[in-house]
Design a protein around this ligand. Sequence first.
Ligand SMILES: NC(=O)c1ccc[n+]([C@@H]2O[C@H](COP(=O)([O-])OP(=O)(O)OC[C@H]3O[C@@H](n4cnc5c(N)ncnc54)[C@H](OP(=O)(O)O)[C@@H]3O)[C@@H](O)[C@H]2O)c1
Length: 330
Amino acid sequence: MAPLPATMKAIQISKNGGPEVLEYNDVPVPTLAAGQVLVKNHFAGVNYIDTYFRSGLYPAPTLPLTMGREASGEVVAAHDSVSRFAPGTRVAYMAGAPSAGYAEYTAVNADSVVAIPDALSSEEAAAIYLQGLTAWTFIREAGEVKPGQWTLVHAAAGGVGTLLVQMLRSVGAKIIATASTDEKLALAKKYGADYLVNSNDDIVSKVKEITGGHGVDAIFDGVGKATFDADLQMIALKGHLISFGNASGAVPPVNILQLGAKNVKLMRPVVNGYVSTRPDLERYTSELFDLVISKKVEVKIHNIYPLKDAAQAHIDLESRKTTGKLLLKL
Ligand SMILES: NC(=O)c1ccc[n+]([C@@H]2O[C@H](COP(=O)([O-])OP(=O)(O)OC[C@H]3O[C@@H](n4cnc5c(N)ncnc54)[C@H](OP(=O)(O)O)[C@@H]3O)[C@@H](O)[C@H]2O)c1
């Protein structure tokens, strides 16, 4: 292994704001604590949550904050306490602060790192990891989706959305996709959506018509504020309403009495809670990688930006013009 440099490039914020607060800085290469490996990142995933930490919707645990929640790369060093990953192993990981992906090197707890199978490229692994684990665990554990059930995916052409649609297809659900343009709806159809609804139309009455009045057994909603009220109207008796994001703003406090009309199971899950133990992380990661390797799920990459152009990636993601995954190349 080549000797490690003392400094590296990283994208940081020192205050909250728009994409312009993202700084391209020289920072020290992280040192290793017990249980950690040092990963030389190849690709970092851009996720909507990165915009929440940038804007201040989610409070930064520390400032300056190095951005990013996931990356793929190769292990270049390990703390003496770690024997799991030999140097040179290709890996992917999800990380919380102070570990971060928008950087050339990241020190990560070995317990949250997984090896990338030979059949997957580092690019594919970074593109699928966080959003794929989100979609797959939410289908399995939050939605408990069964074959033949009615499901609905909002923002179905987005990063999580394209994966949800393909994975719901693989479990045999009936899929209604919403998106804001015909081009996005066409992509959802290509990935297996059975019914398409433009989100500028009256979604509630279209869904009532499509489902013959039954409603939707499992709704996957990463849009948040703009769609939550419609979700309550579209959900079927005993349906699972999985509200998991804030792309249009955070859902305001909910009157719990509203759930009684249809015995709704309302959930606001976070992916980390479904992969917090090593056995769960390994099982779901292996199932996720198998879905891609067996070609049941295609990895849709919108664009790969150089690290220094992270601000442009945020502008593009928030402008609603992207489909699939955005990556930064290190
Ligand atoms: N809870 C978790 O563990 C977890 C994990 C991963 C992601 N998420 C959430 O999942 C959601 C999707 O994340 P992603 O990274 O895959 O993003 P994305 O879906 O690729 O992009 C967001 C999409 O949301 C839709 N949208 C609707 N209203 C919007 C608005 N006012 N501004 C911007 N976009 C709007 C747009 O699609 P249309 O133009 O088609 O409406 C847009 O393309 C986010 O809310 C994210 O926070 C949650």
